[in-house]
Design a protein around this ligand. Sequence first.
Ligand code: FE2
Length: 178
Amino acid sequence: MAEIRVRSTNERISGEENVRAFLDKQEVLYEHWDASKLPAELHNKFVLSDEEKATILSTFDSEIRDLAARRGYQIWDVISLSDATPNIEELLKKFEQIHTHTEDEIRGIVSGRGIFIIKGDENTGYFDVELEPGDVISVPENKAHFFTLMDNREIIAVRLFIEKDGWIANNIEDPTFA
Ligand SMILES: [Fe+2]
């Protein structure tokens, strides 16, 4: 279950109802998949063959197709990041820049953990969404955000796209970020 931290006040929000209510108000889609469906041999495995990625997609096929039908996604894939990822430092540096894009950014977390840092409404400012397996989140189009890993630096997520180009990041400098 995701947890929220409001960066300006350090307030933490946990519990499904509270997290959902907070994210609803910030127009961030939040849903849940049953992560226990993941085949046992893929638990805590962060270096994946193409075949294993295909197994993950077929495991969550009905959930993916349901999201795609509701929200117009055309393509999907599996991303795996860990210290074994060859250019991980470079990738994280790239990820950790505040940006927007013209498509929403939707991720279904399959294993590991990660954080989206998202710019909320004026009263809220930036907040962290700490994600764990089963969490599905969509950062709306044109909303400032970035993504990073947590201390263990391991994540596997399903990504869905309307068009591949819609996800090109427009980096922004935001003096209100803290
Ligand atoms: Fe993004």
